[in-house]
Design a protein around this ligand. Structure first.
Ligand SMILES: NC(=O)c1ccc[n+]([C@@H]2O[C@H](COP(=O)([O-])OP(=O)(O)OC[C@H]3O[C@@H](n4cnc5c(N)ncnc54)[C@H](O)[C@@H]3O)[C@@H](O)[C@H]2O)c1
Length: 257
């Protein structure tokens, strides 16, 4: 994958990308490494994370692998300290790890509800909390929270997912205001449909093909098409952008005629 241009460079930057063993997180990691960043490949999928780290090292960048479950605040605090010790302080945090689920309200168990909010909201919250002190100290930071088109529009089969992704947008706006004095920019990316393991497993190909017909550009995205938005918001080019949500979605949220 190559962007063919020289924008949004990351030489000397350290980027922690949660859920980067596969899917979009992997694409974000590879694009930022290609553009000069050292990467923390963080995923509970150990083999996948190790493979992504190997690809990053082949690009000549440093890679640190972490397999901690994002839902543990203590583990995230310890991981931030480990990153600082082994690579240096985190410049960029991409809160990307997530899970999918399609269920009607009556089918959502307390356990499924809890896990959804734990991974998306608690995970995002405590990863961010663990990097903020060092970012404040250095007067620099980029935090990109991965929400979803469904965090903005809702959908009729995954209200726990939609609620968690909407909460991520609330965190984004609050942190943007709270952390702006330290030049820590906090923004969100709300992807439309993207071809990854998550929708293939949760929705299946028939449903994906049906949904693709309703997107104005006629298809879902490949993971790297979302990475360009993430990389832009993670870069120095976004020094005047904070508290915003961008939705690369092929026109899916355009209303009217
Ligand atoms: N694929 C889509 O259509 C789509 C659309 C909008 C938003 N999103 C969001 O984009 C993000 C990436 O999703 P994806 O489609 O690449 O899915 P994916 O399943 O391919 O990747 C998610 C990764 O997160 C990791 N992860 C999950 N729980 C974790 C935990 N507790 N600790 C550490 N890592 C964990 C998984 O192991 C996986 O590698 C998610 O937040 C998802 O909700 C996806």
């Amino acid at each position: 994958m190559t962007s063919g241009h020289d924008n949004a460079r990351f030489e000397g930057k350290i980027a922690w990308i949660t859920g980067s063993g596969r899917g979009m997180g992997k694409a974000h990691a590879l694009l930022m490494a290609e553009r000069g960043a050292d990467i923390v490949v963080h995923d509970v999928l150990e083999a996948e994370a190790a493979e992504v780290a190997a690809e990053i090292r082949k690009l000549g960048r440093r890679a640190l692998v972490a397999n901690d479950d994002i839902v543990s605040p203590a583990a995230m605090k310890a991981l931030a300290a480990r990153i600082e010790k082994e690579l240096g302080p985190v410049d960029i945090l991409v809160n990307n790890a997530g899970i999918g689920d399609h269920k009607k309200i009556e089918e959502i168990t307390p356990e499924a509800y809890q896990r959804m909010f734990d991974i998306h909201v608690k995970g995002t919250f405590f990863c961010t909390q663990s990097v903020v002190p060092a970012m404040k100290q250095r007067g620099y930071g980029r935090i990109v929270n991965i929400s979803s088109i469904w965090g903005m529009t809702g959908t009729n089969t995954a209200s726990h997912y939609c609620g968690a992704k909407a909460a991520v947008l609330g965190l984004t706006k609050a942190w943007a205001k709270e952390l702006a004095p330290w030049k820590i920019m906090v923004n969100a990316v709300c992807p439309g449909g993207v071809i990854t393991e998550m929708p293939i497993r949760v929705q299946g190909w028939d449903k994906i093909r049906e949904k693709e017909k309703k997107v104005p550009i006629g298809r879902w995205a490949q993971p790297e098409e979302i990475s360009y938005s993430v990389a832009f918001l993670a870069s120095d080019e976004a020094a005047f952008i904070t508290g915003q949500a961008i939705s690369p979605n092929g026109g899916e949220t355009i209303v009217g005629f």
